[in-house]
Design a protein around this ligand. Structure first.
Ligand code: FAD
Length: 653
């Protein structure tokens, strides 16, 4: 049951729930009643009598084996609730599909959850230090929800904010603690996923038309027979200068994280007996700085099957982590650690690399370094080529990461890397996509994974709308996919929005005041400032408005605004306290909180839509259709800034 319905059943009114800042209802949710899932509990055979759970009141001598079973039907199934999976599921749902997202952990977020404490990094890690060009779209909305409801930024509340945000989408069902383990096939098509939910002892059969594997390891995709690679490509294969001469099986490693807290007085430390002593003198370039969290280089890889050794590596990683902390506390080399107590050590080994599924294109180091332009670009990245050394802590003579190269600008990710070359109805997003090991050393960061997630979720919805396959979208509906992404506030480098339905592009725009940018830029198809060009309008004061005038009356029903969230400022939850101190408390001060749209109807200005307590960059306003020649968009207040900045205005009938 969705949390919203559960609360509704408790008898709370919407008003009681939405007092104060309210992201809920701020999303665009397109309902599609024609595809309502018929989700049933099926247990029809003699072996599985027709009951939900075979639950027996014991004491009557019977010994039935528990065989709980559920069969459900959805348009789209998303496997894995990390950042890529959330973005995929939300995007498919908000574009009209009935979606099931299954996640095998008790919370969403994957490595970004409180189980791992990994910050969502992305394309802002550029050489020129232009600042932070954060990813927009679903991943930003997730993080802004967190800023609104978790201003003190604890990881445990963040888990719930990710769930809260995703659960708001009418068409999206989330099931936690479920692992997809087997694929049922008809030829090259997946028809169903067999799953196991640990908390309810239930076997699920999930029938769907499109499957999106965002699980990192990709068990379902592999079980379906999707072609994949592991390990490192040879230098010759793609002419990748940083690749090893010969191909081998090495994957970047898994890591365990920790947190420490300043107790305000000296704290002693005694390492548990299983800790592996850390020999700093033998470790090359493993920096011990920022002691509140870390260290990503406490890492162990595999040159054969990194999935098979996960538990073994986890135990060894824990032993290494306690050993490094022992060194920090007791070597005498870190006086700043005197008051620090170790308060959390992860129990799950976070993963960077395992299977990479093959699409119609395999993205490589040169595509990234040459900023190759792809007609089918749907995502982007910019994190450096941050390839971790083979072996991690078992290979202290190499640096933990080679940090081969940093980028000057963002590179493009083509859609053809995000669907299977041999399974007809399978898409993927995240670290398991069609890239070489060397390209993955950059594309794996979660901001970049989020752009892929939004792209495949939107593509899945489009597959259903056009009754086609993911490849069919590439062949026949690519522009439509790109336009949908841009409208939903994704960014695609080197591509302007050009939506013929957008009536704002036919209007003349005039602002009552301008302090920077230009009001005409609000319909230029680019909704963020770039390194080389400005694409905003900002007012001189808090009273300004923008008027759109058409030559002839137009029929309008929707106005969409892209507001300012200061994309240079980081907003991700970060385990490093010093990093968090550089962020604004709560929502970005630049963000518009209240916005009103008026239309001139029969010579009089009338308010047709108003948004209060807005927390997102993309503000979509729907209203009863009106015929007008003039509308006025008026930002009323922000979360702090005195002037108002916008990046785009769109109008639709
Ligand atoms: C220690 C460490 C530090 C890192 N540092 C950074 C960093 O600073 N910034 C950054 O952006 N990235 C960082 N990374 C890389 C990044 O975390 C991963 O590449 C990223 O999480 C991949 O995202 P994803 O959504 O593909 O997978 P994940 O985040 O792994 O999410 C996939 C989810 O699917 C679940 N799942 C798996 N199999 C199934 C199944 N069969 N059924 C259902 N659910 C399943 C998993 O439990 C997981 O929760 C780091 C990684 C590690 C390990």
């Amino acid at each position: 049951m969705k949390r919203r319905n559960f609360i509704h059943n408790l008898g709370l009114t919407a008003a009681a729930l939405t007092a104060g800042v309210n992201p809920i209802g701020a999303h665009e949710v397109k309902k599609d009643s024609s595809t309502s899932p018929s989700n049933t509990l099926i247990s029809d055979t003699e072996d599985w009598p027709k009951r939900n759970d075979n639950w027996l009141y014991l004491g009557n001598g019977q010994k039935l084996k528990p065989k709980r079973f559920k069969e459900v039907h959805y348009d789209v199934m998303v496997i894995g609730g990390g950042i890529a999976g959330i973005c995929a599921a939300v995007s498919a749902a908000r574009n009209g599909s009935q979606v099931l997202l299954v996640q095998d952990r008790p919370m969403l977020g994957g490595n970004a959850s409180s189980e791992m404490h990994v910050p969502i990094n992305g394309s802002y890690h550029l050489k020129n230090k232009f600042g932070c060009d954060r990813e927009t779209g679903v991943v930003e909305e997730l993080q802004l929800t967190n800023k609104a409801y978790n201003p003190y930024c604890t990881w445990e509340i963040w888990d719930h904010m990710m769930y809260t945000y995703a659960d708001e989408f009418e068409n999206l069902t989330i099931e936690l603690n479920i692992q997809a383990i087997e694929a049922l096939m008809e030829g090259n098509k997946i028809t169903s996923a067999i799953c196991w939910q640990t908390t309810t002892e239930t076997k699920w059969k999930v029938n769907a038309k499109i499957f999106i594997d965002c699980s990192g390891d990709g068990l379902l995709a592999a079980a379906a027979g999707a072609e994949y690679r592991t390990g490192r490509e040879s230098r010759d294969e793609f002419n990748e200068s940083f690749a090893p001469e010969k191909a081998d099986g090495w994957c970047m490693g898994d890591s365990i994280q920790f947190l420490s807290v300043d107790m305000g007085k000296p704290v002693t430390y005694k390492a548990p007996p299983f800790a592996i002593p850390y020999d700093f003198s033998k470790a090359y370039k493993r920096k011990i700085n920022g002691l509140s969290c870390g260290f990503w280089w406490v890492e162990l890889g595999s040159d054969y099957d990194i999935i098979a050794v996960r538990e073994e590596n986890r135990n060894k990683l824990a032993a290494y982590t306690f050993g490094v902390w022992d060194y920090v506390k007791n070597s005498g080399k870190f006086p700043e650690a005197e008051n620090l107590a170790l308060t959390w050590v992860g129990s799950i080994a976070g993963r960077r690399e395992s299977r990479r599924f093959m699409g119609d294109y395999l993205l490589n180091q040169n595509d990234l370094m040459n900023y190759r332009h792809f007609e089918d670009a749907v995502g982007f990245g910019g994190w450096s080529l941050d390839e971790h050394c083979p072996g991690g802590m078992d290979n202290l003579k190499d640096p933990p990461s080679f940090f081969h190269s940093r980028f000057n600008k963002q590179y493009e990710i083509p859609y053809r890397c995000l669907y299977s070359k041999n399974i007809e109805n399978l898409l993927f997003a995240g670290r398991n996509v069609s890239v070489t090991h060397m390209a993955l050393s950059s594309t794996r960061v979660m901001g970049t994974c989020s752009t892929m997630g939004q792209a495949v979720g939107t593509a899945a919805a489009l597959c259903l709308a056009h009754q086609t396959s993911p490849r069919g979208i590439y062949q026949k509906h690519l522009m439509e996919l790109q336009e949908m992404l841009l409208r939903d506030d994704a960014y695609i480098p080197n591509r302007k929005a050009n939506d013929p339905e957008n009536l704002a592009t036919q209007a003349t725009l005039k602002a009552s005041s301008t302090s920077s940018g230009d009001v005409a830029l609000l319909t230029d198809g680019i909704s963020r400032d770039l390194i080389e060009s400005v694409h905003h309008w900002a007012s001189e004061d808090s009273k300004a408005s923008v008027t759109l005038t058409w030559k002839k009356p137009v029929l309008l029903q929707t106005v969409e605004i892209k507001a300012d969230t200061n994309l240079h400022q980081e907003i991700e939850l970060h385990p490093n306290k010093l990093k968090m101190e550089t962020q604004d408390f709560g929502l970005p001060p630049e963000l518009i909180k209240t916005l009103s749209v008026k239309a001139k109807i029969n010579g009089k200005w009338k308010e047709i839509a108003r948004k209060e307590d807005n927390i997102f960059r993309l503000i979509k306003l729907h209203f009863t259709p009106i015929q007008t020649q003039e509308i006025r968009v008026r930002p009323i207040d922000t979360y702090g800034s005195k002037t108002h900045k916008l990046f785009e205005i769109r109008c639709y009938r």
